[in-house]
Design a binder for this molecule. Structure first.
Ligand code: FE
Ligand code: FE
Ligand code: ZN
Length: 281
């Protein structure tokens, strides 16, 4: 089983991998820079080299880089969109240092412009970034399923499919993926507790199951369709432990990497990783 959690990147790549091993994880997620945005720390070539060696010796990966959650590719102001574009372009360049990583981002919020306009802005931005890159990056870029809080785009599988289709039709050779956040899809109205198989059937029909590359494994403080996005510890929320047992054993999910983003400290994550492993039949 590939399982881990979100870790602080303040100590660098090797420190994250060592922390992952110390809590029983073999994957991890991290922010590429301050989650509220801003400049990224310069990459330390020695740290990256030590990380790559340690990761291969310890079976760590794939690592999942998370874009700052303040990026809004669908913002109404050009300044907001330009910041998102420059940040994502820079993140993808930096991630070439750790080949085979994945990069997850929140599609954006249309802030009253309408989902269709927002989807156009997001796919235009992605196409420009890939175009400037000059080739398909070694990093797989993932759109995260969203809870639909405010004007968030990406609550429905249709919106994600639309962004993928509009981007790939222009960015040749690029294959986008999706990160399914269990709290977000539940809050977004997909009943993964009562009908996990049906939700995945729908995902397959609309997006294609092969697009699914990662699972953000979070319980939710809120009821189905609440559009709130408040993560809870596994088994302590409205999704509940039995649903997570089905999730980690589901044939279409079980080979994917599971990344916890629950309100836990390291010890709490260690226990949740053990818990998830114990659910595997
Ligand atoms: Fe996220
Ligand atoms: Fe998430
Ligand atoms: Zn969330």
């Amino acid at each position: 089983m590939k399982v881990g959690c979100h870790l602080s990147s303040s100590g660098g790549y090797l420190a994250m991998a060592q922390t992952a091993v110390s809590i029983g994880a073999n994957v991890f997620q991290f922010f590429t820079r301050n989650p509220r945005g801003g400049a990224a720390k310069p990459i330390d070539a020695n740290d990256v080299a030590a990380f790559i060696e340690y990761a291969s010796a310890n079976g760590i990966g794939p690592i999942l880089a998370h874009a700052p959650y303040t990026l809004n590719a669908a913002g109404a102001e050009p300044r907001v969109r330009e910041f998102a574009e420059a940040t994502m372009a820079d993140d993808l360049v930096r991630l070439e240092r750790t080949p085979g990583a994945m990069y997850n981002f929140h599609p954006g919020s249309h802030v009253g412009q309408g989902a269709e306009a927002g989807i156009r802005l997001i796919s235009d931005m992605l196409a420009r970034i890939f175009d400037a890159f000059g080739r398909a990056p070694s990093t797989t870029v993932l759109l995260e399923t969203m809870a639909g809080k405010g004007s968030e785009i990406g609550r429905t599988f249709e919106e994600l499919a639309d962004i993928i289709e509009k981007t790939e039709s222009r960015a040749k050779g690029v294959k986008l993926g999706v990160c399914l956040d269990t709290c977000h899809v539940w809050d977004g109205g997909y009943d993964i507790v009562g009908d996990l198989g049906g939700v995945l059937d729908e995902f397959d029909r609309v997006v294609g199951i092969g697009r699914l590359k990662a699972v953000h494994t979070n319980d939710s403080m809120n009821v189905l369709g609440a559009h709130k996005d408040r993560h809870e510890k596994i088994g302590k929320g409205k999704i509940g432990l039995e649903a997570f047992r089905r999730i980690v054993n589901e044939p279409r999910l079980r080979s994917l990497p599971f990344y916890l983003e629950t309100p836990c400290d390291l010890q709490g994550y260690k226990e949740e990783i053990e818990l998830l492993k114990s659910l595997v039949a």
